[in-house]
Each structure stands twice: as C-alpha cells, then as structure tokens.
Design a protein around this ligand. Sequence first.
Ligand SMILES: [Fe+2]
Ligand SMILES: [Fe+2]
Length: 188
Amino acid sequence: MPADPRMILLMNYYRDAELRGANLLLRLMSHLTDPDSQTKLSLHLADETRHSWLWTKRITDLGGDPSPIADGYQTRIGLRVVPRSVIDILALTVVVEERAHERYVEHAQRPDVDADTLAVLREVTKDEKWHIAWIRAKMDELAANTGGADRVEEALERFREVDRQVYAELLAKERAAFGSAEPLGSVA
Ligand SMILES: [Fe+2]
Ligand SMILES: [Fe+2]
C-alpha cells in the first residue's frame, strides 16, 4: 500500500528542520572556537545530519521522495528573528531543540505510529536531551563571563514567543491537511 502523501510531507518537514538545525550549528562553529566547543559541535552536527538521513531513509523506504521545504519551522522563525550575537544563536538553538524534543515525544505517543517510524522517532529523541543540555550550559557560561545573564533570559523569552507563533501556524496547517490534530513537524 503506498504511503499517505501527507505523512511523507510531514517527514519532509522533520527532515528540513534537522538540516536547518545543522546549519545553525555550522554558524556556531566559527564563533565557539575553544576545543571543548569544537568537539561537542562536531558530535552535535553529526547527530543532526544523521537525523536528517534517518528521515530521508524513512521517506524513501515508504516509497516517497525527499524534497526541499520552503516554509518549514526554521524558515518561518528566520523570517521573524535575526540572531545578533553568539548568545542569540545559542538561545535560538536551545528553543528549537526544545521544540524538536517535545514534538518527537508527542508524535511517538500517538496510537497509530508504525513500528519503523517509531524506531526513528525514538532514535532522534534520545540525542535531543544532551543537545539542549550542553548548549544551555555553554550559553550560561558565556553569559556569566560577560555579565550577560539578563541577555540570556531576554533572548530565550523572545525566541520562545516566536516559536509559539510559528508552531501554532504549523499546527493549523497540519490540521487542515489531516483534518485532525496532527501538526506538521518542527524539529532540530
Ligand atoms: Fe538536536
Ligand atoms: Fe535533531
């Protein structure tokens, strides 16, 4: 039985968000030049590109095509905010990683998820916790060194507000497509 094209599209949104998450990390590579950050960024980047590959493989295994997404989660975020500092890029990364984690957990709890898709959801979810933890720690460390703790909270709040708006848009779009409560993916 051919896969539901709406599900293929949803997985392409997940794939897009993973790829754009990797792009944010590449930007951080040129800012966080200490050996510890370079090591963690390399592993983190490897995780995100692997996540995008896992979605690519799931899409093709289902008989679908991987395709670029022009109006995905991070593209919508990028239209509303421009990170102006390293703290901003780190805060944005925390917010999109939190959204990814929450979204994947929510999807995995649905009653109708097939076993192979569930395996991918579990695989990508398990990496997101350490992604959030190390980026958050690095952001706090940088802020402490520069006396910018207030900037961290301000940036997180600003990006979380944008995240809520963008995710609500994607939920509405997905509900229109599925005729139910399943939102189009937003992940990192
Ligand atoms: Fe991640
Ligand atoms: Fe990811």
